[in-house]
Design a protein around this ligand. Structure first.
Ligand SMILES: [Zn+2]
Length: 473
């Protein structure tokens, strides 16, 4: 068995109003090349000015990831030539990054696991290349959209603490949840707002890197493939070549892009047009005060209410559902019971229709009322499901629905006795079986009576009457 060691490098686009070093707006649906200026086009003589909001967002992310914000950090030029990089270099951070040495917590089957964060630093995005083929299909072409050039990016580098593809996607999911909770990024992988490179090695082998994975699915599949590929090489006595590989989503395999010998030398040097960064402690404190409750803290609070770790995680990682849950709690509802309904019936209803809880007319007040009605035994849990489904569609209160549809539980023992008598009369064979000791048929009678009552018979009274009448000869 070769134990995998996995590290993730994630790039996150920040949701600031303007770009990292100029005042062009950050917007992704605008006409190509309409949001540009001399700075983000890399024209000679233009000077970058650092975006204060981007720094503030980075402080929040660094704090949320338990990182040390460095008292002194610096921007560097990372030099390389590519058509999407008009300056011929990217402004990034190098040996003096913004923040270092943090961690985030993921849920695994063995409990919580700490994944170390090596660094979180700031840089700028490149322009976007669009590759196409001419109408005659005889020649290809490439277009460049500079709207993306200079959009603020965070680079978040994990330590190689991840051991399975599942842990890798858990890490990404937790990171995405943190970024969304902070409101600093849409963190949407499909739109490229969160991009992931992975590096992986097996015990006794060399590591490879897989670049530009753009979905959770790709991350998992690429890692699974790469683990198998490296395992086969090592088993056969071969050596894994240190290289960068590309994951092909269509075929599900990774293919070599470049080896270590071809690795680029970026000739980093300090960016002379930007002063080094010194972050005042008072600014950090201010940001800390304004930070919302993070998923990690939420999970802990929910677990204290008696929720299972997996339940707490599902709620905490779904901010809209968590807000709804918190509203129910503030109305004095018992957490466990509310969570049970939210995570079973409500989530099933939402998922099957691809809706968020904010898109259905379900209100915390009504759900809390339903929990109370169920708690008092006024309706059975089966009827509760019917009522809840109606609540999700009509927005009515459970009281209204129960009244309107005549769904309240029947505890009238005379009525229940009549039903039981009818069922026993109509099924003499089963009655005989029961009396000869085949007690399993008891459930059969309960089902029949429940059906007659439209699911409304009080189960306790029903059981008592049924036992009593079955005993009689
Ligand atoms: Zn600009």
């Amino acid at each position: 068995m070769f134990k995998p060691t996995i590290g993730l490098e994630v790039h996150v686009q920040l949701k600031t109003k303007s770009k990292m070093f100029c005042s062009c707006p950050v917007e992704f649906k605008a006409e190509p090349n309409s949001l540009v200026c001399p700075v983000c086009l890399g024209l000679p003589g233009s000077l970058p000015v650092l975006n204060r909001q981007a720094v503030e967002f980075t402080i929040a992310v660094a704090l949320a990831l338990h990182c040390q914000i460095q008292p002194f950090s610096q921007f560097h030029r990372k030099n390389y030539f590519y058509p999407d990089l008009p300056k011929g270099y990217q402004i990034s951070q190098y040996d003096l990054p913004f923040s270092t040495d943090g961690y985030l917590l993921i849920e695994t089957e063995e409990g919580e696991k700490k994944i170390g964060i090596q660094r979180v630093h700031m840089e700028e995005d490149t322009a976007k290349m669009i590759h196409g083929v001419s109408i005659s299909r005889t020649s290809g072409y490439s277009l460049i959209d500079f709207n993306r050039s200079g959009v603020p990016l965070l680079e978040i580098v994990s330590r190689p603490d991840i051991s399975t593809p599942q842990e890798a996607t858990s890490y990404l999911s937790e990171l995405r949840s943190i970024l969304r909770t902070l409101g600093v990024s849409t963190a949407n992988m499909e739109e490229g707002a969160l991009r992931c490179d992975v590096n992986i090695s097996l015990a006794g082998g060399t590591r490879t890197e897989i670049k530009n994975l753009n979905s959770f699915h790709s991350v998992r599949k690429a890692l699974e493939y790469e683990i198998k590929r490296q395992e086969e090489i090592l088993r056969g006595g071969g050596e894994v070549v240190q290289e960068t590989r590309h994951y092909d989503e269509r075929t599900g395999v990774t293919i070599p892009m470049r080896t270590k010998e071809e690795a680029e030398d970026y000739r980093y040097f300090p960016e002379p047009d930007l002063v080094p960064l010194k972050i005042e402690q008072t600014w950090i404190e201010e940001v800390k005060k304004r930070m919302p409750e993070l998923p990690e803290e939420k999970r802990r609070r929910y677990r204290e209410l008696g929720l299972f770790p997996a339940e707490a995680a599902t709620l905490a990682n779904n901010p809209e559902l968590a807000d709804f849950f918190d509203d129910c709690l503030s109305l004095g509802a018992p957490g466990k019971e509310v969570a049970n309904l939210l995570l079973s019936e409500v989530l099933k209803f939402l998922n099957s229709r691809n809706l968020a809880i904010t898109e259905v007319p379900l209100y915390p007040k009504n759900l809390v009322e339903l929990v109370k009605i169920l708690g008092k035994g006024e309706i059975s849990s089966k009827i509760g499901k019917v009522v809840l489904e109606e609540m999700l569609q009509s927005g009515e209160s459970p009281g209204e629905i129960i009244h309107k549809k005549g769904l309240s539980q029947i505890s009238d023992s005379d009525q229940i006795r009549k039903w039981v008598e009818e069922v026993l009369r109509e099924n003499p064979e089963q009655v005989n079986q029961y009396r000869q000791g085949k007690e399993q048929v008891f459930g059969f009678f309960v089902g029949k009576v429940m059906k007659l009552s439209g699911g409304r018979a009080n189960p306790e009274i029903l059981n008592n009457i049924l036992k009593e009448l079955l005993k009689k000869q």
